[in-house]
Design a protein around this ligand. Structure first.
Ligand SMILES: Cc1ncc(COP(=O)(O)O)c(C=O)c1O
Length: 348
């Protein structure tokens, strides 16, 4: 099986509810910070002290515990390279719990690992025992996502701790790309802090609306990020991303406003899906996964024809018949609901 990242078609117009982006845009303070950049700022290699300090304070960790990356995608790449670095004659393995964010399998396979898939259980229950069974002596990496993309479900904390403890030879990435929305995090968890093989990934693409400038972070025990520092280029975060991130982290009002929009949007979408008899999974993230069965692709096309772009996950064997809908600004969710009701009623 080849694991190539399937580039998502990005519509040139319409409402983008297909990539879990921030549908409001970033904080206005970010744009002000970008405007303040000087010609020299752009001409010089960036310094990171200010943004690292701001990020560490925001996350409640020591600066030495984190490494900034060019989006969390680069954090995934760096951890993969670091985990696969020691080579012997065997093919290293990476365990991916599916359905999952595509980059885990494509990055691990691209870096030479054999991908071992473990499917979520009935109703997307977290398969802790089967993950432990899948981990063998050649396993170097385990990718976990909490809240999960695309289900929106949290992984029980105790399961993560148990797996990481029982597999100390495995680099465990706990991808918390959507943790801003759940406010449930392993950052600062004393049991996790004691585990040197656990790395927590965060992105500022979602709640902070910085997907376009690319800013992510990997957090670990103070000694843990060292192997990552060897593979992440020293100027990975560009000067715009560094300025944008520092400014975005400083705008608490905007951040809280957006989290509230997402909460209200999810409530509205749950109501609408419930009224139409569509099954969905209550989500801890900024999107909702819903089951449309055989109608899924027609619904995606019908919404697209009305200018609303959602993510068709129906052909993923790990979540057949499902569609993932980003829940951002309330007004956008209302527009999506109106279009969905039209499509479901078969209106032209
Ligand atoms: C689970 C998960 N991890 C990582 C990422 C990538 O984040 P970034 O945009 O910071 O590279 C995404 C983006 O959608 C995601 O869904």
């Amino acid at each position: 099986m080849t694991y190539e990242y399937e580039k998502v078609i990005t519509p040139s117009s319409g409402l983008r509810l297909h990539l879990n982006e921030n549908t409001a845009g970033c904080s206005p303070r970010v744009i002000e910070a970008l405007r303040r950049l000087t010609r020299q700022d752009v001409a010089f290699y960036p310094g990171y002290d200010e943004v690292v300090a701001a990020c560490a304070t925001r996350l409640g960790v020591e600066p030495e515990q984190l490494i900034l990356t060019n989006g969390l995608d680069e954090g995934i790449l760096a951890l993969t390279v670091a985990a696969l670095r020691e080579r012997d004659a065997t093919v290293p393995e990476a365990v991916v719990v599916v359905p999952a964010f595509d980059m885990y399998a494509s990055t691990a396979a691209g870096a030479g690992a054999r991908v071992v898939e473990v499917a979520l259980g009935p109703d997307f229950a977290f398969p802790a025992a089967r993950i432990l069974d899948a981990i063998g002596p050649h396993t170097r990496l385990l990718f976990l996502t909490s809240p999960n993309n695309p289900t929106g479900l949290l992984i029980p904390r105790a399961d993560i701790v148990r797996i990481a403890r029982q597999a100390p030879h495995v680099h465990v990435l706990v991808d918390e790309a959507y943790a801003d929305f759940s406010q449930a995090t392993l950052v600062g968890d004393p049991d996790v802090a004691a585990l040197r093989n656990v790395f927590i990934g965060r992105t500022f693409a979602k709640a902070y609306g910085l997907a376009g400038v690319r800013a992510g972070v990997v957090i670990g025990d103070p000694s843990a990020p060292a192997p990552l520092r060897r593979v992440v280029p020293p100027f990975s975060i560009n000067v715009c991303a560094a300025a944008a991130l520092a400014a975005g982290l400083g705008d608490e009002d905007y951040y809280q406003w957006y989290l509230a929009q997402v909460r209200s949007s999810k409530t509205l979408l749950y109501e609408a899906l419930g009224k139409s008899g569509i099954r969905f999974w209550p989500s801890e993230a900024n999107f909702v996964l819903a089951y449309f069965g055989d109608r899924a692709s027609a619904v995606v096309d019908g919404l697209a024809a009305r200018g609303v772009h959602v993510r068709d996950k129906s052909r993923d064997p790990a979540c057949p018949g499902c569609i993932r809908i980003t829940t951002g600004v309330v007004e956008h969710t209302q527009a999506c609901i109106r279009a969905l009701e039209e499509v479901l009623c078969g209106a032209a």
